[in-house]
Design a protein around this ligand. Structure first.
Ligand SMILES: NC(=O)c1ccc[n+]([C@@H]2O[C@H](COP(=O)([O-])OP(=O)(O)OC[C@H]3O[C@@H](n4cnc5c(N)ncnc54)[C@H](OP(=O)(O)O)[C@@H]3O)[C@@H](O)[C@H]2O)c1
Length: 236
């Protein structure tokens, strides 16, 4: 589970642990250690692992090591993501490249590595975290929207490729969620957004984690290639 150090990823890690999974919490440096410790303290099983998801060798080593240590890999959640917002005319090529590398290419690397054990097992759950912005667009986020829309196409194609091996691939598309990523948005802008969200509030990380927990569960065995929007109705 990538991006487990804070925000949505931390909530997903907690949720998967509550469901009985041994959760490998991935972030850079020692950042995921607090999440793993929190899970352990509440009776779950979690391990922290350091990896930069844009480093293909590190991602491949992570998946290989996980399978060697634990014998199998049942669930992959590709959640790590960044935003580098700028209007298109001012957007630097590096901001395009960094966002695509973290949000989209990392999912490619992770899935390619995770599919090997999952196909062998004839079982697996892959869940990628996209965004409402990948569905509806947003001014100032051409790079982010491209990466998140790309994830949707990527997951649908992959879902078709691996369905015969009982591996499901689904997407959760959150709306606006209260995390570090949205912390710089002013209260005025958040209030303005809330008036455009039918359910009248921003989402919480736990709202998103609940959807991921479901798609990763046995109950979702017959669901693949889907985009589950968790956005308070802001985009239907
Ligand atoms: N918040 C929202 O409103 C919202 C809405 C829709 C979709 N999303 C998506 O939900 C996901 C989680 O977002 P969030 O709001 O929880 O963001 P966040 O609080 O900023 O957390 C981002 C997570 O991604 C990890 N990460 C970033 N770059 C990484 C890299 N190169 N290698 C490894 N880990 C990396 C971070 O770990 P480090 O500790 O290593 O930095 C952190 O755990 C993202 O994909 C985001 O695009 C968020």
């Amino acid at each position: 589970m990538t991006g487990a150090s804070r925000g949505i990823g931390r909530a997903i890690a907690r949720r998967l642990a509550t469901g009985g999974a041994t959760v490998i919490c991935v972030a850079r440096g020692t950042n995921a250690e607090a999440t793993a410790a929190e899970i352990a303290a509440s009776g779950g099983v979690a391990l922290a692992h350091s990896a930069d998801v844009t480093d293909a060798a590190a991602v491949e080593a992570l998946v290989k090591g996980t399978v060697e240590t634990h014998g199998r890999l049942d669930i992959l959640v590709s959640n790590a993501g960044i935003a580098r917002d700028q209007l298109m005319l001012r957007m630097k090529r590096a901001d395009w490249d960094d966002v695509l590398a973290t949000n989209l290419t990392a999912a490619f690397t992770l899935c390619q590595a995770a599919l090997k054990p999952m196909i062998k097992q004839r079982a697996g759950r892959i869940v990628a975290i996209s965004s409402v912005v990948g569905q509806m667009g947003n001014a100032g986020q051409a790079n982010y929207a491209a990466s998140k829309a790309g994830l949707i196409g990527f997951c649908k194609a992959l879902a078709r490729e691996v369905a015969s091996r009982q591996v499901t691939v689904n997407v959760v598309a959150p709306g606006l969620v209260e995390t570090d990523m949205t912390r710089t948005i002013t209260e005025d802008v958040k209030n303005d957004w809330s008036t455009r969200i039918p359910l009248g509030r921003l989402g919480s990380p736990d709202d998103i984690a609940a959807a991921v927990g479901f798609l990763a569960s046995d109950e979702a065995a017959y669901i693949t290639g889907q985009v589950l929007a968790v956005n308070g109705g802001m985009y239907m």
